[in-house]
Write a protein that binds this ligand. Structure first.
Ligand SMILES: *Cc1c(COP(=O)(O)O)cnc(C)c1O
Length: 375
């Protein structure tokens, strides 16, 4: 047995041998079995506490009649709907099994061993994974310092300085996970002006729908002037369809065509396509979710600050909370009482926990358990 394991380890490509699988956090299946549904407060994965549009649920039920059929391999209807919403050419839309898949595909298509991928310290974990999976060298740019108005956020000057002759891709998240921080569109525009046109700039906008700071702003309007720009979005967060796995990339049609060659034909299943389409037609539900989230985010941030904790600014549906001491002992005590949050020691932030903004009731229960643990 151990001989075989060693053999396969040796047979794997050098890039894969050096790879460590994505750490999904807690074993939620085990936790759900241990706690009654009402006794478990799941605030660890930035899921949407309010659920999807009722129209999206209905669309999934409709699909039950055609489960024996393959999904549309081109996702034409969904692409057209996304393109219409973003005022772009449908040929510039690529659908993914979650945006995670697209982030990986981009590296597969454009980076090789010997080339470099640039990302920010405290950037989303998938960027490192995407680079390592193809054997490219990951170059991390320093983040903004803790005392900055956008603590631990992306430093676009440092990122631009990290770009060298071997750089093929820069991954940025706006807003970023796990920090919640964001940068203005004007700063991105300056950044794009400094980066050579043959370097892909991937702006991950997984939380774009939650943004309400007018100074922030999506990268989408910059696509027309910057063919090396790729914007990724997801239905997992504000649209509350994380379980269905659907996301998309927006790019120049020629860049999109390259990704299309690698994309598995049926990567987005029929239920996901139907639900995403329906969700895009329900602006009222999205607006309601975003408004509830903004209210609860402000209330939770204030409540945590009142407890002497440092809460980083956030334009997302989660908060990065600095406890001022290692949280490794504290966090299991929250889980023991049915409150799941995300440890971020793996990101080099052992003093912090990432806490998704829940419903008012969930946030209240989080605070009650936290008070007990901090006492
Ligand atoms: C949640 C998240 C994603 C999206 O993941 P999906 O694969 O679309 O579910 C992408 N980027 C960031 C920064 C995220 O936090």
């Amino acid at each position: 047995m151990s001989v075989a394991v060693e053999l396969f380890e040796r047979l794997a490509t050098p890039a894969v041998r050096a790879l460590r699988a994505y750490d999904p956090g807690h074993d939620l299946v085990a936790l759900r079995a241990r706690f009654a549904p009402a006794a478990l407060v799941e605030l660890g994965a930035n899921e949407n506490a309010y659920g999807p549009s009722p129209a999206a649920r209905a669309a999934v039920l409709d699909v039950l009649n055609t489960l024996h059929r393959y999904p549309d391999p081109t996702g034409a209807a969904l692409k057209a709907r996304i393109a219409r919403a973003q005022e772009l050419d449908p040929a510039g839309v690529v659908l993914g099994n979650g945006s995670h898949e697209l982030l990986m595909l981009i590296a597969q298509a454009f980076a090789t061993p010997g080339t470099e991928v640039v990302a920010s310290r405290y950037g989303f974990a998938v960027y490192a994974l995407a680079a390592q999976a193809v054997g490219a060298t990951l170059r991390l740019a320093d983040a903004l310092p803790p005392a900055h108005a956008m603590p631990l956020g992306h430093d676009l000057d440092a990122l631009a300085a990290a770009v060298g002759p071997m750089t093929r891709i820069v991954y940025l998240a706006n807003p970023n996970n796990p920090t919640g921080t964001w940068f203005p569109r004007a700063a991105l525009e300056r950044f794009l002006g400094r980066v050579p046109g043959e370097v892909l700039v991937v702006v991950d906008e997984a939380y774009a729908e939650f943004v309400d700071d007018p100074a922030a702003g999506s990268a989408v309007p910059l696509l027309a002037a910057h063919p090396n720009l790729v914007v990724t979005r997801t239905f997992s967060k504000a649209y509350a369809l994380a379980g269905l796995r659907v996301g998309y990339a927006l790019a120049h049609p020629q860049l999109a065509a390259v990704l299309e060659r690698l994309r598995e034909s049926f990567n987005v299943n029929s239920a996901a396509q139907a639900a995403a389409l329906a969700a895009l037609d329900d602006d009222a539900h999205l607006a309601w979710v975003v408004e509830r989230n903004a209210e609860e985010r402000a209330a939770l941030a204030a409540a945590l600050s009142a407890r002497g904790l440092r809460v980083l600014p956030s334009q997302t549906n989660f908060l990065l909370v600095d406890f001022g001491r290692d949280t490794a002992a504290l966090e299991p005590r929250l889980v023991a009482q049915g409150v799941v949050v995300r440890p971020v020691g793996g990101y080099g932030l052992p003093h912090c926990l990432r806490i998704s903004v829940g419903t008012r009731d969930e946030n209240r229960r989080l605070l009650a358990v936290l008070d007990g643990v901090l006492a």
